[in-house]
Write a protein that binds this ligand. Structure first.
Ligand code: CMP
Length: 134
C-alpha cells in the first residue's frame, strides 16, 4: 500500500550535518520526497507535538532538546511508508539501535536520537497538522 509518513531530522541530526545523509537513505530506498522544510519549534508547539509523553519523566528533557535548534520536516511517500521508514530509523534508544539503521549509525543517546518518524496514519495526520500551524 502506498502511504505517506513524516520524519523530523532532530537538532542533533542537523548540528552533526546529517540532513543530506538521512534524506539520501530514503531516496535510495525508493521513497518520493513530497515536502521538506526547516523550522524551529517553541516549547508550546513541542509540548503539543509530544503531548502523549507529557507524564513521562523525560518530558522536560525532550522539550528542551527538540526546541534547542532547527529541525527538518520531511514528508515521504511510498509502499508501506510508515512501517518501512520506522524500520530504517531503528530503535528509539540510539544506544540499542542496530547498525545500519539511522539511529544506530548516527546516534549514541536515548533523548538525542537524530530522527523522529510517525508511528501510524493517525500520528502522521496529527503531527502534520501541528507542524502546518508553525
Ligand atoms: P521520538 O521517536 O521522537 O518520540 C519521543 C521521544 O522522546 C523519543 O523519540 C526520544 O527522543 C525521547 N525519549 C523516548 N523515551 C525516552 C527515554 N526513556 N529517555 C529519554 N528520552 C526518551
Amino acid at each position: 500500500m502506498t502511504d505517506k509518513t513524516l520524519i523530523l531530522i532532530k537538532p542533533d541530526g542537523v548540528k552533526k550535518r546529517h540532513i543530506g545523509d538521512i534524506i539520501s537513505r530514503f531516496e535510495e530506498r525508493g521513497f518520493n520526497i513530497l515536502h521538506v522544510r526547516m523550522l524551529t519549534m517553541n516549547s508550546d508547539q513541542a509540548s503539543d507535538f509530544y503531548s502523549i509523553h507529557k507524564e513521562k519523566p523525560f518530558f522536560s528533557e525532550l522539550i528542551d532538546y527538540i526546541t534547542s535548534g532547527p529541525i527538518v520536516q520531511v514528508v515521504l511517500e511510498g509502499n508501506s511508508a510508515i512501517e518501512v521508514v520506522r524500520q530504517m530509523v531503528g530503535a528509539t534508544n540510539s544506544l540499542k539501535a542496530a547498525s545500519g539503521t539511522i539511529r544506530g549509525d548516527f546516534g549514541l543517546s536515548h533523548t538525542e536520537n537524530v530522527i523522529h518518524a510517525s508511528d501510524s496514519v493517525d500520528s502522521f495526520e496529527r503531527e502534520f497538522n501541528i507542524l502546518s500551524n508553525i
